[in-house]
Design a protein around this ligand. Structure first.
Ligand SMILES: *[C@@H]1O[C@H](CO)[C@@H](O)[C@H](O)[C@H]1NC(C)=O
Ligand SMILES: *[C@@H]1O[C@H](CO)[C@@H](O)[C@H](O)[C@H]1NC(C)=O
Ligand SMILES: *[C@@H]1O[C@H](CO)[C@@H](O)[C@H](O)[C@H]1NC(C)=O
Ligand SMILES: *[C@@H]1O[C@H](CO)[C@@H](O)[C@H](O)[C@H]1NC(C)=O
Length: 302
């Protein structure tokens, strides 16, 4: 039997513990807060080398838009197009990628762009389209980036991407041995035959690392770049996970036979935007300016 006295003293002990509890909890919270702040400074990495973002982002994607140093106007426009988009699911970084600069004014103007936007990668190659630029792009990334991404995309500068649907489509897919895009030929629905169109295709980070290390890509860099990537992966039995996203990826209406179709709401990529009237049609169709709030500052802008 428990006496009243011992019962009372136990009660007192408990009271004492409860009285100290707020102090203990605050101490624990402060420690957690400090640890979180230290790790939140940079996305932290697990031993697998894949990064985890402390925010709500589930994965990361680097989009390299292969272009030429002299395409200033196109870069300006694409910065607007992508600067107003984002995805709640993915950390998406956009970089413009070109080969060695060749003119004195490029060194000045592109230095200014880098200072302002920090979104440029200059590779060590002579400017070209089908003589190894894509190989140099992928194979350089592991050594020039300070951290890996889950996925890396190669995109053309005449393609429009909707970032949020793109991220949503990647989210449920495997993070490794992955090859994603628009499979060629146009009418094909089998991603395991042929290759993904150069308009925009995505490789998981392990495949990027493989390209950097393997002699197979290194020895096979001349020819249509998109076809080469398919051939490298094929001949090495890589990319066992493949995903061709049709009809969400396509060529602009009436520009390329069966690869083209009308604009559709659930678009991920529209390719072959060569003229301004085509870009304007895309901006209008996808309501890119809808969030603009009327103001006395913008006379007549509605
Ligand atoms: C690119 O430029 C660098 C620095 O000027 C030079 O060392 C290198 O040889 C060039 N590479 C090519 C492939 O032209
Ligand atoms: C890859 O292999 C498949 C099956 O053997 C073949 O149909 C396809 O044409 C190949 N693709 C390339 C780009 O070589
Ligand atoms: C590179 O390709 C050439 C021509 O296709 C071939 O003869 C050579 O054996 C290849 N080298 C390697 C290391 O694969
Ligand atoms: C753009 O906005 C219009 C009017 O609100 C709407 O009917 C249309 O579905 C929107 N288009 C897309 C692609 O979301």
């Amino acid at each position: 039997m428990v006496s009243l006295d011992t019962h009372m003293s136990k009660m007192n002990q408990r009271r004492l513990i409860f009285a100290k509890l707020p102090l203990l909890i605050s101490a624990i919270l402060i420690v957690i807060f400090i640890i979180f702040n230290l790790s939140a400074k940079a996305p932290f990495q697990l031993s697998s080398g894949v990064q985890y973002y402390p925010s709500t982002k589930q994965f990361s994607l680097l989009i390299g838009i292969l272009t030429r140093a002299d395409n200033y106007d196109r870069r300006h426009f694409l910065r607007l197009i992508y600067g107003i988009q984002s995805s709640p699911l993915a950390q998406i970084d956009i970089k413009f990628v070109f080969c060695n600069l060749t003119k004195p004014e490029q060194r000045v103007l592109i230095s200014l762009e880098i200072l302002r936007f920090n979104d440029i990668i200059i590779l060590n190659c002579p400017e070209n389209m089908n003589s190894g630029k894509t190989y140099t792009y992928f194979s350089s990334l592991p050594s020039i980036l300070s951290q890996p991404y889950d996925y890396v995309m190669k995109a053309d500068d005449d393609v429009f991407l909707q970032l949020s649907p793109l991220a949503s489509s990647l989210h449920p897919l495997p993070r490794s041995d992955m090859y994603y895009g628009f499979v060629v030929p146009c009418q094909s629905m089998n991603p395991f035959k042929e290759y993904m169109s150069g308009m925009g295709y995505i490789l998981s980070w392990d495949l990027v690392e493989w390209i950097a290390k393997s002699v197979i890509p290194k020895n096979d860099t001349f020819g249509p770049e998109d076809k080469l990537v398919g051939r490298w992966l094929n001949s090495s039995h890589k990319a066992r996970n493949r995903f061709s996203n049709k009809p969400a990826m396509y060529d602009y209406p009436r520009t390329n036979g069966r690869c083209s179709h009308e604009l559709i709401p659930d678009t991920i990529a529209v390719h072959r935007l060569k003229r301004w009237d085509q870009w304007l049609a895309v901006v209008r169709y996808f309501n890119l300016t809808n969030k603009l709030v009327p103001s006395k500052l913008y006379h007549g802008l509605d």
